[in-house]
Design a protein around this ligand. Structure first.
Ligand SMILES: [Zn+2]
Ligand SMILES: [Zn+2]
Length: 171
């Protein structure tokens, strides 16, 4: 059985810079260099203090995605700071471009739902755009969260899913 840490969105605890690894190979290959980068824009500067984000985008259909903007900034840059409010309310958080003053709300579209509902909207069946929006949730506050040393466990080999069935099916 294989598993990997997920999601792979990290945030610097000092300056709020976000980094989203594309996959586990990317994480393994580039983490040593990332830890050595000395361009933290916090008051003390120096190295970033990377921490896996415990907030993900979730959609009511069950899909989830790393907390990272869906598309680059209008200036072309694709690096963002995560600005968390002190109120603890997600609607007060935003993404801020690292190279221009643009900021963006913390939301993204759930692609599968968007494709499905867009088709229905075109047919004149009433739906609302907000139905395909994903919203941030803290997965530590979720009943799905059960941690040993990892976060989500993504089972990669489908045949082993049988072992997750009730015990009598093993015989
Ligand atoms: Zn930093
Ligand atoms: Zn920008």
């Amino acid at each position: 059985m294989g598993y990997h840490p997920d999601p792979l969105a990290f945030c610097c605890r000092k300056c709020g810079l976000l980094h989203n690894y594309t996959d586990v190979d990317d994480f393994i290959k580039t983490t040593p260099a990332k830890k050595k980068e000395m361009n933290c824009k916090s008051v003390g500067g120096g190295r970033h203090d990377w921490l896996q984000l415990d907030v993900v985008f979730a959609h009511w259909s069950g899909n989830y995605a790393p907390l990272y903007p869906e598309y680059p900034c209008s200036c072309g840059n694709n690096e963002f700071y995560l600005r968390r409010s002190t109120t603890g309310v997600f609607s007060d958080w935003d993404f801020k471009c690292t190279s221009c003053p643009s900021k963006r709300e913390i939301t993204r579209r759930d692609k599968e739902t968007k494709d499905l509902l867009e088709e229905k909207l075109q047919q004149g069946i009433p739906h609302q755009v907000k139905e395909w929006l994903m919203l941030p949730i803290s997965y530590r506050g979720s009943s799905l969260y059960y941690v040993q040393t990892d976060r989500f466990i993504h089972i990669l080999m489908l045949p082993y899913l049988n072992y997750c069935s009730p015990i009598d099916t093993w015989n």
